[in-house]
Ligand binder design. Structure first.
Ligand SMILES: O=C(O)C(=O)C[C@]1(C(=O)O)C=C[C@@H](O)C=C1
Length: 290
């Protein structure tokens, strides 16, 4: 039986984790904040933590990437993709206008996870520019808050499942600014994940370039390019040590268990770069998990 740390029931993370694991041989440990989700596995209470790391609309979830890099030492063990459908949730009896439909002017405050809120930016600007916005630790927490505070003009952005769990109504369905809104989730923990197999394996690394070495990034990229090693993501993030110092987070479409990739990494180290391997893991598309 594996114990899995994740955000609360009814969050997008919760839906995504259930899609990935099914309900076999797993025990869920829900936490209000992502920091606690990480720490549950770091402290050895759970086998894995489920972490959202990237989103179609919002891009990288920087806070979570920074936790992986700076705060914990938890290797990446699997990744998968899950559609994030966000809805406006409240009580229709409280928000209904005279001619039916929602009277958005009745909404005084919208609450949700900051990433979910950012995915619905245009919708909020169009229909509720007047409403106060407040962030919560997860979309599920926001929906629960609305349940506990009736009659205050508060609505949440969250999943249909959270609305149902809390006996609330979906006031507007699918309110993200773009369709096909997917979130990439990472399973992190000390043990390799071997239950499902995928034909796609990725390796994630962190590279810090030597200072005062013109063209270092070009050399790093060419070590992959001439070996025809495909990179699927490259992102620079501050090292947090000195203004203007960055590391590069790189996702490589190849297993470490090959001849080519270790050779490329050796070549990169030879020019004075520091490399940290964050994990080598199977990658699953949404279709693969259906
Ligand atoms: O609050 C949730 O429901 C979460 O699972 C968190 C989270 C995120 O951190 O990106 C996950 C996916 C959604 O797209 C928005 C929020």
């Amino acid at each position: 039986m594996k114990r899995i740390a994740l955000l609360p029931a009814g969050s997008v993370s919760d839906e995504a984790a259930k899609q990935f694991f099914g309900d076999k041989e797993v025990e869920w440990e829900h936490h209000r904040l992502i920091a606690d989700v990480f720490q549950a596995t770091e402290r050895g209470e759970c086998h894995y933590s489920v972490i959202p790391i990237e989103n179609t609309i919002e891009g990288s979830v920087s806070l979570h990437m920074d936790w992986i890099v700076h705060e914990v030492d938890l290797p990446m063990q699997a990744e998968w993709v899950y559609p994030s459908v966000q809805n406006l949730i409240g009580r229709s009896s409280e928000m209904e206008g005279r001619e039916g439909g929602i009277d958005y002017s009745r909404i005084s405050k919208v609450i949700s996870h900051p990433v979910a809120m950012a995915q619905c930016h245009q919708f909020l600007r169009t229909y509720m520019p007047h409403a106060e916005k407040e962030h919560t630790g997860s979309t599920a927490e926001a929906v629960r808050y609305v349940k506990e505070h009736p009659g205050e003009g508060i609505v949440a952005i969250g999943t249909g499942r959270a609305a149902a769990n809390n006996g609330l109504d979906v006031l507007s369905k699918g309110i993200t600014d773009h369709d096909n809104n997917y979130t990439r989730f990472m399973l992190v923990g000390p043990e390799p994940y071997t239950v499902r197999q995928s034909d796609r394996t990725k390796t994630s690394i962190l590279i810090t370039l030597p200072e005062d070495y013109p063209g270092a990034l070009h050399q790093v990229l060419s070590a992959f390019a001439w070996r025809r090693i495909n990179l699927s993501r490259i992102e620079s993030r501050p090292t947090k040590k000195k203004l203007g110092n960055y590391y590069f987070y790189i996702e490589i479409e190849m297993s470490l268990d090959t001849v080519l990739l270790p050779a490329a990494l050796q070549e990169i180290e030879a020019i004075g770069c520091q490399i940290r391997i964050l994990g080598c893991y199977p990658s699953f598309s949404y279709q693969q998990l259906l």
